[in-house]
Design a protein around this ligand. Structure first.
Ligand code: CUA
Length: 363
């Protein structure tokens, strides 16, 4: 058999390289919600500045060293006519030079590094907006984030609301295993432990919604332990706090404050009324509070205050649509197999719809 030699068209490898380059460059297309290289607050900006200083210095060192290497390779390359060069062993002068230069480079890098370590270790006494820092207690749970505002008497979960230009003073611990709190655009990641408080702080310079995550393997649902940082304008934050304060406290104190609770069941939208009853009879109420003014500490499930308008459900895992909420209520283990929310009485489509109608009144 004869083989026919078919020359490979030149464009194949070029096309392949082009496709590869396109894939690589696509990584630069943005937006970069999880990038530490796009700081949106003072803490992250300080860390980023140390990083970039180091990168630029390293780039200068790289060019000088590789340039010298290429120069030597070219200038002193062997020629057929060369005799054997003079043999030497070691050079004290050269060794001293190449010890001193890196020592100087490291000393230069150490200045901003140490300065930033001290600056980020201490929580500033006041915020850029002139207010004292906003205290937030962060509690990591398998697998969700609890946020308590001790000075405001508010507890919430998986959505950390803060006002712009207010320094946030985070005091963090874990209810079970080690987790790590991380909002890449605002602060470095920091571990949270069961028996020790760790601190972190930042001041947001822009409003918006920013994803955060647990950054320490903490069990089977570690990858689904996300949250959102909501940076509000001062007015929007005050409105959010007011709404949390207006949450129902009827469950605990008998004082109805929430719109849906102040209406007697009989005159409520029948679907909402049914959902309200189901929230109790389907045992949701055992683990979840719908009130941010939660007198119980260490509740098992995430606080659900304002769940009707939250961005995500399932600890930052699914967009908060009716369809996702139905799937989450009816087939929780399909969405998040090891979540603690199990062993519930079965919930039909009808019942889920009523529950959702009720939860949507929680704003
Ligand atoms: Cu919590 Cu990983």
């Amino acid at each position: 058999m004869r083989y026919l030699h078919v020359p490979r068209p030149w464009y194949r490898p070029v096309g392949l390289l082009g496709a590869l380059a396109a894939v690589l460059v696509a990584g630069c297309s943005g937006p970069y919600p999880q990038s530490t290289l796009e700081p949106r607050g003072d803490f992250a900006a300080m860390v980023d500045s140390v990083f970039m200083t180091t990168v630029y210095l390293a780039a200068v060192v790289f060019v000088l060293v590789e340039g010298a290497l290429l120069f030597v390779l070219f200038k002193f390359r062997g020629k057929p006519s060369d005799a054997d060069p003079k043999q030497i062993h070691g050079s004290t002068v050269v060794e001293i030079i190449w010890t001193i230069i890196p020592a100087v480079v490291l000393a230069v890098v150490a200045v901003p590094t140490v300065r930033t370590i001290f600056a980020t270790a201490a929580v500033p006494a006041t915020s850029p907006d002139g207010q004292p820092p906003l205290k937030v207690e962060v509690v990591g749970h398998q697998w969700f984030w609890e946020f308590r505002y001790p000075d405001l008497g508010i507890t919430t979960a998986n959505e950390l609301h803060v006002p712009i230009h207010r320094t946030v003073d985070l005091r963090m611990k874990s209810a079970d295993v080690i987790h790590a709190f991380w909002v890449p655009q605002f602060a470095g990641k920091r571990d949270v432990f069961p028996n020790r408080e760790t601190r972190l702080w930042f001041t947001a310079a822009v409003t918006g919604e920013f994803p955060g995550a647990c950054a320490e393997f903490c069990g089977t649902e570690h990858a689904r332990m996300d949250f959102y940082l909501m940076v509000d304008s001062a007015a929007a934050f005050t409105a959010w706090v007011d709404r949390r304060h207006a949450d129902s406290t009827m469950m605990y104190t008998g004082a109805p404050k929430h719109a849906a609770d102040s209406v007697p069941l009989a005159s409520m939208d029948p679907k909402v009324a049914r959902g309200k009853q189901l929230f109790t009879t389907k045992t949701c109420v055992v683990c979840h509070s719908l009130s941010a003014m939660n007198p119980f500490k260490d509740q098992i499930g995430p606080n659900l205050s304002g769940i009707g308008t939250r961005k995500m459900i399932g600890a930052g895992w699914l967009p908060n649509t009716d369809e996702n909420l139905r799937e989450w209520i009816e087939h929780t283990q399909k969405v998040k197999p090891d979540v603690l929310m199990k062993g519930l009485p079965p919930i039909s489509d009808d019942e889920a719809a009523a529950l959702i109608a009720y939860l949507r009144t929680m704003r």
